[in-house]
Design a protein around this ligand. Structure first.
Ligand SMILES: CCC/C=C/C=C/C(=O)SCCNC(=O)CCNC(=O)[C@H](O)C(C)(C)COP(=O)(O)OP(=O)(O)OC[C@H]1O[C@@H](n2cnc3c(N)ncnc32)[C@H](O)[C@@H]1OP(=O)(O)O
Length: 316
């Protein structure tokens, strides 16, 4: 490739130095904001967080003796964790897996009994309603924090993924599982309509209202093969070890791309789920009128043309 062509390409990012300075300033600010114990293991009681590869984070549901049943603390910690990773410049892709025998047994039913007891202490129906609304909103925000996080989230499911587990995984970007995984939307079994994401996201994830409604109305258990055939998961692995290694390797690939490109791709795809094609096109046009001026774009195009080594992108 000629030098003049390269220069022309570099001009696509007219103030490269200024962009770099801004990125560095921003990165410094973000790093400072996250200099607190951050997402290292130990900050959370119900999650184990690590970074197995550069720019890749691994969030492990960690109540193995309780089959990772989601208690009040875990609902809160999932939200805190993903809100933190969303603005952590060292994080570009996230793998979610779970410790112990099952991925998750869903909501902690003992915790739910505790909520019942708390409500029993309040006489007025309106006041009980306010307590429940606050709880449901927190639990919804907890699950939605995976979707709202601008970094791709890959969920890696082994064995049981029940109730709230389906809410969690359908809010993620990519789902992998083991051959022995099984899934169940069991909310109807405990006398409630699912209210933290499954009813909204499962039909889109499987691309079939008929199948999604059947699963949600009956609480029927479905296995990895059916989850794969329906599109709920995109890959099935023989065991947990190969599952994790496949998920981390995918996260590594994603993390090697321009963080601006990946972030914008996720924003556009999530936005487009709930908007018309034209609205989606308007949205991405507005984002790309900025992003096509970024250093990442010039750098990546130049690397493609010159078949140079993979570009190293600045932190975002
Ligand atoms: C505002 C609310 C928003 C959120 C709503 C969310 C709703 C939901 O998540 S609905 C789903 C609720 N979960 C269940 O119904 C799970 C029922 N459990 C099972 O299907 C099985 O236990 C499971 C497949 C998870 C595991 O099977 P396995 O054969 O391996 O073990 P078990 O012998 O069945 O269970 C061992 C002990 O674990 C206890 N346990 C299981 N799940 C839960 C749970 N979700 N919460 C609390 N405890 C749970 C189970 O009762 C056994 O206890 P014990 O008899 O004392 O040994």
């Amino acid at each position: 490739m000629s030098l003049s062509r390269l220069n022309t390409l570099m001009k696509l990012a007219p103030s490269t130095a200024a962009v770099r300075a801004t990125v560095q300033m921003q990165t410094k600010r973000n790093m400072t904001a996250h200099a607190e114990p951050g997402h290292q293991s130990g900050q959370f009681k119900t999650l184990a967080v690590s970074s197995p590869k550069p720019f890749v984070f691994h969030v492990e549901l960690h109540r193995p003796t309780k089959f990772n049943a989601i208690n009040k603390q875990m609902w809160q910690e999932i939200k805190d964790c993903f809100e933190g990773l969303a603005i952590n410049p060292d994080c570009r892709a996230i793998v979610v897996s779970a410790a112990g025998k099952h991925f998750t047994a869903g909501i902690d039913l003992n915790d739910m009994m505790g909520v019942g007891m708390q409500l029993a202490e309040v006489d007025d129906v309106g006041r009980k309603g306010v307590i429940l609304e606050g709880m449901i909103k927190l639990y919804q925000d907890s699950m939605s924090s995976l979707e709202r996080c601008p970094k791709p989230v890959i969920t890696a499911v082994h064995k049981a993924c029940i109730g709230a587990g389906v809410d969690l995984i359908t809010a993620s970007d990519i789902r992998y599982c083991t051959e022995d995984a099984f899934f169940q939307v069991t909310e109807v079994e405990i006398g409630m309509a699912a209210d933290v994401g499954t009813l909204q996201r499962l039909p889109k994830a499987v691309g079939s209202q008929s199948l999604a409604r059947e699963l949600c109305y009956t609480g029927r258990r479905f296995e990895a093969a059916e989850a794969h055939a329906s599109g709920l998961v995109s890959r099935v692995f023989p065991d947990k070890e190969s599952l994790l290694s496949g998920a981390v390797s995918l996260a590594e690939t994603i993390a090697s791309k321009s963080p601006i490109a990946v972030r914008t791709t996720k924003e556009s795809m999530v936005y487009s789920l709930e908007h018309t094609n034209q609205e989606g096109l308007d949205h991405i046009r507005l984002l790309n009128k900025l992003n096509l001026q970024s250093e990442d774009f010039a750098q990546a195009v130049a690397a493609q043309l010159t078949k140079d080594e993979k570009p190293v992108f600045a932190k975002l």
